[in-house]
Design a protein around this ligand. Structure first.
Ligand SMILES: NC(=O)c1ccc[n+]([C@@H]2O[C@H](COP(=O)([O-])OP(=O)(O)OC[C@H]3O[C@@H](n4cnc5c(N)ncnc54)[C@H](O)[C@@H]3O)[C@@H](O)[C@H]2O)c1
Length: 404
């Protein structure tokens, strides 16, 4: 009987992923915690699939001790806990879930838009402290107000759609031309957006261009009495400049979920210059942290891993050329990862023709380091194993396996 594939799932990965991988025939070992380098290397000796979240470090030394490892799933957004270059060189695709928490972030921002317009944080804190301050001053409806979205990607678009349902006018600015959703409207420059918006919400990635994007100058360009919201990345907003704009009364409030320096784990002494300022909502990077997002992450990464195991598809990887070919009936599928040097396909096709093998389909994608080939061969006795064996013996081979 063929050996069952083994999956090691660490850090309390959502059960939605367990179900998908178990249905794929995996024997699962599930741990609630992360593992250190030694313990992980020991476990990975006979593991085919590793699932982690953000705490487990998967470095070259660990990968070197995992001879069977086919793929790594990061059940989170970030992938810098994995040495991606080392994984690529070993022919191991790494998957993550960049968009499973899009809705959660958009909903939080929308709630904060209303909360800022009503100074909810301050009023709530006052009543908790026994103070009754019934005021209408500085309290507004959001209907008819303008929301300016900087970065109209997955989150920006989702936010734009739900903000309109509250009767807000939505403008957006993006460096890439984007299709407006609903009545959302693009503006030509960030300056135009900053000058027009009552609420500015930032949803850009962390890049050299977005570092300090919202600095003193950008804040000064915002309308007096406007609000700033940032749940993108901590490097995008210059916090001392924001604190100054709030203290000076130029801005009426802010909601901040991400910070230039964030603690690795929960602490009791987190410091930011924004603490204690009026109408400032501070949250500990929880934009995407909901039960629904965790379940969606389990499904998204679990499905991508299962598809890779079943068909070789690499859609959704962060370190591999993308090939996605539906499974073919009546064929054997050979997967080959090789160093990307000239002549590899010629060598492989020579092996195929020397064996008189009948190829039904062949798809190759490459990046700077590797080539990834999916080849479907007509079923013919032991031939697929022989062809795969000859391909695996090539100097350029990183990894070759017959899938079915
Ligand atoms: N707070 C949280 O918990 C949380 C959760 C999920 C995502 N995020 C962060 O939210 C941000 C947005 O995520 P997303 O999924 O919408 O990303 P996305 O890649 O779908 O969209 C980002 C958009 O920003 C645009 N952009 C890039 N540089 C720009 C610039 N200089 N000016 C204007 N637009 C620019 C891009 O063209 C793209 O359309 C990311 O930084 C992500 O890390 C935070």
């Amino acid at each position: 009987m063929p050996r069952k594939l083994k999956a090691l799932l660490l850090e309390n990965i959502h059960p939605s992923a367990h179900e998908i991988l178990a249905a794929e025939g995996f024997e699962l070992e599930i741990l609630k915690t992360a593992l250190g380098e030694q313990a992980l290397a020991e476990k990975l000796k006979d593991v085919d699939l590793l699932g982690i979240r953000s705490k487990t470090q998967v470095r070259e030394a660990v990968l070197a001790k995992a001879p069977r490892l086919l793929t790594v799933g990061c059940f989170c957004i970030g992938t810098n806990q994995v040495d991606l270059g080392a994984a690529t060189k070993r022919g191991i695709p790494v998957f993550n879930a960049p968009f499973s928490n899009t809705r959660s972030v958009a909903e939080l921002i929308l709630a904060e838009v209303v909360a800022l317009a009503r100074c909810l944080g301050d009023r709530s804190r006052e009543v908790h402290a026994g103070k009754w301050r019934k005021v209408a001053e500085s309290s507004y409806e959001v209907r008819g107000k303008t929301l300016g979205i900087v970065g109209y990607g997955h989150i920006g678009r989702q936010l734009g759609v739900i903000a309109e349902s509250l009767g807000m006018r939505v403008l957006f600015y993006d460096i890439v031309a984007q299709l407006p959703m609903g009545n959302n409207a693009a503006v030509a420059s960030m300056a135009e957006l900053l000058a027009a918006a009552d609420f500015v919400s930032v949803h850009v990635p962390e890049t050299p261009q977005t570092k300090n994007l919202i600095d003193a100058q950008a804040l000064a360009a915002m309308k007096p009495g406007a609000y700033l919201l940032n749940a993108s990345r901590g490097t995008v907003v210059v916090i001392p400049a924001l604190a100054e704009a709030l203290r000076a009364g130029h801005l009426a409030g802010a909601a901040i979920d991400v910070y230039p320096q964030e603690p690795e784990s929960n602490v009791d002494d987190f410091k930011t210059e924004l603490q204690g300022l009026p109408n400032v909502i501070l949250t500990p990077h929880i934009g995407g942290s909901t039960s629904e997002a965790q379940a969606a992450i389990g499904r998204e990464v679990g499905t991508a891993l299962a598809k890779f195991i079943k068909t070789g598809a690499t859609t959704g990887t962060v370190n591999f050329p993308v090939v996605d070919v539906p499974a073919v009936r009546g064929a054997h599928r050979i997967l080959n990862v090789h160093r990307n040097v000239p002549g590899v396909l010629r060598d492989i096709n020579k092996i195929v023709s020397d064996h008189d093998a009948n190829i039904q389909g062949q798809v190759l994608a490459t990046d700077a380091a590797i080539g990834y080939l999916i080849m479907d061969m007509e079923i013919d006795g032991q031939l697929s194993d022989e062809v795969a064996g000859a391909i695996a013996a090539l100097q350029t081979n990183i990894r070759t396996r017959v899938l079915y």
